[in-house]
Design a protein around this ligand. Structure first.
Ligand code: HEC
Ligand code: HEC
Length: 349
């Protein structure tokens, strides 16, 4: 039987008390480190918790920042504007993301989940660390279009933030480093590990239906080379044969590496909560999982660096009958984690 265990961050960190630097008197603020529950069948964490341990106050500050339009130039577009919890922190109504003044990005907002296990971030792996990732949306013209110095000015002038920074960090400063650390402390807590699929692995009494079970067998045969392991991604960048959209001509990974061999490769996405993170693919071109499976079965085209996995048979792609598609979708739906999607800790209100 599998037992889940708690990754107790407090094992290597004593919970810290801090002096309140902003008020005239010395108030000691309790600021406990937070622990994260991770099933034992999950991979090793990649996030450097020692450099930035999540604490109660840091998490609360990070959450306030995540949902605050002050981080953008128009005062409206917060992180949470594009990353909506009900949809595993994706931007549901928009195919590509919408930023300040309705400016359009070129990519579909990614879900925010299980980031502490990832090596690189964004669709092409442009961000190598979670702490640095928000620099991209904050400064991008089509996203939040703001500068760090402006944000820090706004936060310093705010009625609440100086106090919250003072409580969350030892040096108490309202600065970019602490702001990014606080946002990360909010993001690292987002672990989705309690779907039906997980409940089965944890032996909690759930069982696959016959259709889901058959879908799992098909998935393991046809999809798991790339959507591998319990996070359903091998974290590599690959080309899965999408016809090139001439409007964007997004070259993917090669924009990061400059290598021709990386052209049209995108990060293999995790499929956790996939039922509700539509639209799909880096540019949100498919609305339904049925359309995604039609693509793998019959919609693929040969573009530069198409993955060899799709060129093994006489037919391009992965042949699937209608019945097989349905079974795979039934399996994918067992990856929906309502406890994560409805977790109060992450909710805006
Ligand atoms: C205008 C919409 C928008 C806003 C605002 C926005 N994001 Fe994103 N986010 C995206 C899109 C689109 C991507 C995919 C980017 C890419 O691949 O280039 C993304 C990707 C990410 C990722 C990478 C996830 C992964 O698994 O690789 C993280 C983390 C993230 N955003 C956090 C944030 C934070 C924190 C903020 C606020 C500081 C924020 N985002 C603001 C749209 C947005
Ligand atoms: C050779 C590697 C590979 C194989 C095999 C593969 N995929 Fe993918 N998959 C990818 C890549 C890469 C992407 C992202 C492509 C993009 O957006 O440009 C993707 C995207 C997806 C998405 C969209 C996810 C999202 O968040 O938008 C779904 C759903 C999906 N794949 C399901 C499957 C299923 C089901 C199978 C088996 C029938 C499968 N894949 C086989 C590499 C693969």
């Amino acid at each position: 039987m599998r037992l889940s265990f708690f990754l107790l961050l407090s094992l290597f960190l004593v919970s810290c008390s801090e002096e309140d630097v902003n008020s005239g008197y010395e108030a000691i603020v309790e600021n406990d480190t937070l622990s994260i529950e991770i099933p034992d069948y999950f991979p090793e964490v990649t996030y450097n918790f020692e450099a930035n341990p999540p604490t109660e106050k840091g998490f609360e500050l990070g959450k306030k920042l995540f949902y605050d339009g002050k981080l953008s130039s128009d005062g409206v577009v917060s992180c949470g504007f594009c990353h909506i919890q009900d949809f595993s922190f994706t931007h549901h109504t928009h195919i590509v993301s919408h930023g300040v003044n309705g400016a359009l990005g070129t990519r579909n907002a990614q879900p925010l989940q299980n980031m502490i296990f990832m090596n690189e971030f964004t669709w092409d792996g442009a961000a190598e660390s979670l702490d640095a990732q928000p620099i991209i949306p904050i400064t991008a013209e089509v996203e939040m279009n703001e500068s760090f110095s402006n944000i820090i000015d706004k936060l310093q002038a705010d009625e609440e933030y100086p106090q919250l920074f003072a409580e969350a960090f030892e040096n108490g400063e309202v600065n970019t480093d602490n702001m990014l650390k606080a946002i990360s402390q909010f993001l690292v807590m987002m672990v989705s590990a309690d779907s039906k699929y997980d409940k089965i692995l944890k032996n909690e009494g759930s069982q696959f239906t016959a259709e889901e079970e058959a879908g799992k067998v098909l998935f393991d045969q046809k999809c798991a080379t790339c959507h591998a392991g319990v996070l359903f991604t091998d974290q590599s960048c690959r080309n899965n044969g999408l016809p090139i959209d001439p409007e964007y001509d997004d070259e993917g990974r090669s924009r990061v590496t400059g290598l021709q061999a990386d052209k049209y490769k995108f990060k293999v996405p995790s499929l956790r909560n996939i039922q509700i993170t539509y639209p799909y693919m880096h540019d949100g071109r498919f609305q339904t999982l049925a359309q995604v499976l039609d693509h793998y079965d019959s919609g693929m085209v040969v573009t530069e660096n198409l993955d060899p996995v799709f060129q093994q048979n006489e037919n391009l792609g992965i042949s699937l009958t209608e019945d097989e598609k349905q079974k795979i979708i039934a399996f994918l739906e067992t990856l929906t984690d309502d406890n994560f999607l409805l977790d109060d800790r992450f909710a805006e209100f």
